[in-house]
Design a protein around this ligand. Structure first.
Ligand SMILES: [Fe+2]
Ligand SMILES: [Fe+2]
Length: 341
């Protein structure tokens, strides 16, 4: 790990000494491209937001929806500040040039995401409420860890994925026109940020001892568990703007499976169904039962279902909702094909 953790007050003059295999060289190039692509696709947050408000007018919503949107997007806003701080930490912590460039470009993007979200919430006219304890826990765990692997897993692969998932669902439902057109700018940037984690983490894990891998899995589980508890605490706000939290789980599950597939391309022995993933699936089933809202499913029944899901004896809410969503999409596509004919 020496290559990735230089003494903080010195310059890493050894940064070009590494011998690259073909695969490593390809990864380094991809990470470098994250920086250059970031520069090509850069957008001016002030112009974009002002242009959208000019086109659609200031965001206008009924009080209940406005409060709900402000609660959800204040989590995003503080998440952007955490992302800004964490990517700045990574910029300093990482030695290899390509990855260092990628983290630097991310820090610049996150600064823009933070101030634009702040300005949007101000235009919405609500004072953002305090952060719920679980969202705060996800962000501080990732901010505080000294491990590069944990930081990448927390930031690039978990927080980014959660944000992308919420952006996608709120955009699909067209809750508020300024936000609907603003979110694709965020989504393009965040998708690039996930790339740094995908390129870097497998190599770090490959070099870890068994004990270090177990520690990382425990960190991952705590992070995911806290994220799903924070989704539970946002449930009333999400429902007020017409978002079923299960649809968030479905999109998140799909995105996570895509990340796992990309990981397996880089790192063929990446586990298919590790224990932390099973425990997480059980927790999701417990909090968001497949059969309906928690009120309609009894406690005992829920616990049994969660255990069965953990033992992979039945599909849980993650798989069920993801496949429902996939078949709805297929329906839409075939309808589009018929309409187009
Ligand atoms: Fe961001
Ligand atoms: Fe990001």
């Amino acid at each position: 790990m020496g290559l990735f953790s230089p003494p903080r007050q010195s310059l890493p003059f050894e940064m070009f000494d590494v011998q690259h295999t073909d695969r490593e060289a390809r990864r380094a190039k991809r990470m470098e491209n994250i920086y250059h692509l970031g520069q090509d696709k850069i957008w001016d947050g002030r112009d974009v937001l002002a242009g959208l408000i000019e086109r659609h007018g200031r965001p206008k919503l009924a009080a209940r929806e406005r409060q709900a949107l402000s609660q959800i997007f204040s989590v995003i806003m503080w998440g952007e500040l955490a992302a800004w701080k964490i990517s700045a930490q990574l910029t300093d912590l990482i030695v290899p040039l390509g990855a260092k460039l990628a983290a630097t470009s991310q820090a610049h993007d996150e600064a823009r995401h933070f101030y634009v979200m702040h300005d949007y919430l101000e235009a919405l006219g609500e004072t953002p409420p305090a952060l719920d304890r679980w969202s705060k826990h996800v962000l501080t765990m990732t901010l505080r860890t000294k491990s590069l692997a944990k930081k990448l897993l927390g930031m690039q692969l978990t927080i980014e994925t959660i944000a992308l998932t919420i952006f996608q669902r709120v955009r699909e439902l067209d809750v508020e026109p300024v936000l609907t057109e603003l979110l694709p700018f965020y989504e393009r940037d965040e998708a690039r940020h996930v790339g740094l984690g995908i390129q870097m983490l497998p190599e770090l894990i490959a070099k870890m001892s068994y004990a270090e891998r177990v520690e990382l899995a425990v960190f991952h589980l705590e992070l995911y568990g806290s994220a799903v508890l924070s989704l539970k605490s946002l449930e009333p706000a999400l429902e007020s703007i017409g978002v079923d939290p299960r649809s968030i789980l479905a999109i998140g599950f799909r995105k996570q499976s895509d990340i796992d597939t990309m990981f397996r391309e880089e790192f063929p022995s990446w586990p298919l169904d590790p224990p932390e993933k099973r425990v997480f699936a059980g927790l999701c089933e417990l909090l968001f039962p497949t059969g309906g809202t928690s009120a309609r499913v009894g406690k005992r029944e829920r616990v049994h279902a969660a255990i069965d899901v953990m033992r992979r004896r039945r599909p849980g809410v993650l798989e069920v909702e993801a496949s429902k969503r996939a078949s709805r999409r297929a329906d839409n596509l075939s309808r589009a094909a018929v309409d187009g004919a």
